[in-house]
Design a protein around this ligand. Structure first.
Ligand code: MIC
Ligand code: SF4
Length: 754
């Protein structure tokens, strides 16, 4: 659908001149990322170019998007900002709260009744403040954004890490916490450290079983889960132009898994085709008119090494399908080596479930490729040996693929189509298993495969691959089966082989949908009254956090020293806990329950320094809070990897944690901590992590002269009377230090409103 065309016209009317000025300032040809960043500056052009990876820059994004699980907190904060309407066009998408169990219709109606209070809240807040509302069942936020709102050269922020999906349509699209979204909706600038740039040149063409997913699965293997931190990944080359817009979306989407700020492709004929096919001919025509501004300058493509901080080249001709996992998305294996890996590492060989869909891989092309495998299977007398689950990304896709008989292809081999929602991808999955203790394998076309993510079961080994590869595995039910080379044995006992998948990029008969599930806000919503019941277990109005008292923080007990991977799923688990996303106190009961305690290698069992007993993390934090003492959390590398959920920062804040001290942070989480008035600190010398003992009391000193670039000092008081002392770094700028002092960015905003 075509929304807000005026906005696109406005952006395009000034884009060429802004880019021209930026080119003069930088005094060299520009990458596409720089073009979009410089044309979305909040302030006038600076006197000299921004230092990449160094300077904080204020931007003015064109749009904001929120999904239901994060929108609740974002909007609870926005409601206190004193505005009648959002300053930029914004949307809410109800996708995370629907649990996949038996099938689309039954699951959706159950979700509608179970989540009624939250849906009603989101719908009325949206109506009041002029926000577009996508009802439950309409689809997953990123698929809906790609189909309706993304436009080349634009800038969008969204309260979900996979907002980056819109890079597939040439947009700078960035995942943020709700407090950041609130700023932009409240009419303020949005701040980001000027990203570094990674260039990825794609040459050749994909063929056979290889698809866009395999590009990013390979990139994840190269860059690892933190290799993209602080960077925009810009794809280019003849190979890039050969990939469909939705395939580009898949690649950008999973850029979240390498920690990239976002990923982007230059505008091309594929994007133009997709815009036209999704009812946005007018945007395609406008974009065609300024095509050169929507791609990098020519010299960037001929001499990329001059313009990017890091350069990678991938030959699509020889790219193999990949399978990544388990437990981390960067464990990347080309399919030809995967069988060996499964055997050597002893991963459970039997595949119990294959799942396709999600915001990453729900395009018409994806579904046609996977369906072509399913169709062949039926013709060759095969059924899926594993359970097989399909979650379409949007109602547009579901309606069109049903019309074209593709969903039936899945059902014919035993597939079950779930609601258009996140479902199993975010642990909203009533998995049917006879024995949760058994080590077991599943494979998905999603993007994340952290422990417990899909079904809450630590014994589940979750692998990630393209939808067509997942479909082939679901048919074989065996991870030691190579779909490219091996034979299946069919129901008549014959050996049969499946041919390469065949995809159709865009529906020949066009997309169609009866009810896309969109609710436009009324022209004037000011009379709408938002009610949050005081005894609600799902929604709670926010109380301001306490301001800093002006002194160093002394003798804070260590709450937990987390060992190894500590993603936002470990800090604030999703799945069953999603129901409390609008209620800070209730959701705080999941704080860090997935983190591994360094000292006993157990989850959710830590020492309470008041009585010496072991208890859960939330209970111990509550005990410290009740006793009026703050605490400190220590963590490892890439702490807070994964989601944008600011609950992972608000929960510790709410339960009295004062600082998170780690070896390194994931970008969104670090910002979320700062926004909520927490101290986000990193070891100057990572080896100092080893000095932290279980019953340490910890001082954070230097706060009275807290300054950008100046380390703070940690003093450890060990229980044997000895001490250790070391410097810790931070990345706070002046404004962020003000957030800390005020007790959170929202307090500062409220103070300014008074
Ligand atoms: C995810 O994929 O982890 C989520 C659920 O979409 C999150 C958002 C959330 O936690 O609500 C994300 O990616 O930001
Ligand atoms: Fe939903 Fe999964 Fe996409 Fe997150 S990654 S938005 S949970 S489908």
């Amino acid at each position: 659908m075509l929304f807000d065309i005026e906005l696109v016209r406005k952006v395009y009317s000034t884009l060429p001149s802004k880019i021209e000025k930026a080119r003069k300032l930088v005094n060299r040809p520009l990458t596409l990322s720089e073009k979009i960043l410089y044309s979305h500056l909040w302030d006038l052009l600076p006197a000299k170019p921004f230092g990449r990876g160094e300077e904080y820059v204020n931007f003015g994004p064109d749009r904001v998007a929120m999904q239901d699980a994060t929108a609740q907190m974002a909007l609870l904060q926005f409601m206190t900002a004193g505005r009648n309407r959002t300053a930029v066009p914004s949307t809410v998408h109800c996708d995370h709260l629907i649990q996949a169990s038996v099938g689309a219709n039954a699951d959706l109606s159950l979700a509608l009744s179970q989540n009624k209070e939250v849906y009603d809240f989101l719908e009325s807040v949206s109506a009041k403040y002029g926000i577009g509302f996508w009802k439950p069942g309409a689809g997953i936020i990123h698929q809906v954004i790609l189909e309706n709102y993304a436009f080349p050269g634009g800038m969008i922020i969204g309260t979900d890490s996979h907002t980056v999906n819109a890079g597939g349509l040439g947009m700078i699209a960035i995942g943020v916490g709700g407090a950041d979204a609130m700023d932009v909706m409240a009419g303020m600038a949005w701040e980001l450290k000027m990203p570094k740039l990674i260039g990825i040149k794609l040459t050749g063409r994909m063929n056979g079983w290889t698809s866009a997913k395999d590009v990013i699965l390979k990139v994840a293997g190269i860059l690892t889960v933190k290799g993209g931190t602080g960077c925009i990944v810009e794809y280019f080359g003849d190979g890039a132009d050969s990939i469909s817009a939705t395939g580009k979306g898949t690649i950008c989407n999973m850029g979240a898994e390498i920690g990239a700020t976002t990923s982007v492709f230059g505008y091309d004929a594929k994007m133009s085709d997709y815009l036209k096919a999704t009812g946005r001919e007018e945007i395609a025509t406008l974009a065609d008119g300024i095509m050169a501004d929507l791609r990098a300058d020519a010299d960037v493509y001929t001499s990329p090494e001059k313009y990017f901080d890091q350069l990678i080249e991938i030959d699509l001709n020889t790219l193999e399908p990949y399978v990544n996992g388990p437990f981390t998305p960067d464990a990347a294996f080309p399919i030809s080596e995967f069988v060996k890996v499964v055997k050597e590492k002893g991963y459970p060989q039997k595949l119990e479930v294959g799942l396709i869909g999600s915001c990453t891989n729900s395009s018409y092309e994806d579904i046609t490729r996977a369906a072509s495998i399913a169709r062949q299977a039926t013709a060759k007398n095969l059924k899926a040996k594993a359970e097989f689950v399909i979650t379409p990304g949007s109602e547009l896709i579901r309606y069109t693929t049903e019309r074209d008989g593709l969903l039936a292809d899945f059902e014919n081999i035993g597939g079950v189509v779930m609601a258009n929602a996140c479902g199993p991808c975010i642990g909203q999955w009533k998995r049917h298993t006879d024995d949760p203790e058994r080590k077991n394998s599943i494979i998905t076309s999603f993007n994340r495969n952290f422990a417990k993510r899909n079904d809450g079961n630590p014994n589940t080994h979750s692998f990630v691959a393209s939808p067509e590869i997942v479909t082939a595995y679901a048919i074989s039910g065996d991870l030691c089966f190579n779909p490219l080379t091996d034979f299946h044995v069919n129901e008549a006992g014959e050996k049969v082989k499946l041919d390469e998948p065949q995809g159709i990029e865009l529906p020949v008969a066009g997309f169609d949908v009866k009810d896309p599930g969109f609710l436009a806000p009324p022209a004037d919503g000011s009379a709408i009254n938002i009610v949050v019941k005081p005894d609600s277990e799902r929604l709670q109005l926010l109380e301001p956090f306490e301001a800093w008292k002006g002194t160093d923080l002394l003798a804070l007990p260590l709450l937990i020293k987390a060992k190894g991977k500590c993603t936002t799923d470990h800090i604030s688990m999703a799945g069953p806990w999603l129901r409390f996303r609008g209620h800070l106190d209730n959701i705080s009961n999941n704080m860090l329950i997935g983190a591994l305690n360094f000292f006993n290698e157990k989850t959710n069992l830590i020492k309470n320094q008041i009585d010496g007993d072991y208890d859960t993390v939330p209970a111990t934090a509550r005990a410290y809070k009740a006793a009026g003492i703050g605490s400190i959390v220590v963590g490892d590398e890439n702490y807070g990897e994964g989601s944008s959920r600011e609950h992972a920062a608000m929960e510790p804040r709410h339960l009295g944690v004062r600082a998170i001290l780690v070896k390194s942070f994931a970008r969104i989480h670090e910002t979320n901590l700062k926004k909520q008035g927490m101290l986000a600190l990193t070891f100057a010398d990572k080896a100092d992590y080893e000095l932290i003992r279980e019953d340490d009391k910890i001082d954070i000193t230097g706060l009275t002269s807290f300054k950008p670039g100046k380390p703070l000092v940690i003093v450890l008081h060990h229980s044997d009377g000895t001490q250790d002392q070391f410097p810790v770094n931070h990345s706070y700028n002046e404004m962020q230090i003000e957030w800390f002092k005020a007790g959170g960015a929202l307090n500062l905003l409220r103070n300014n409103l008074k």
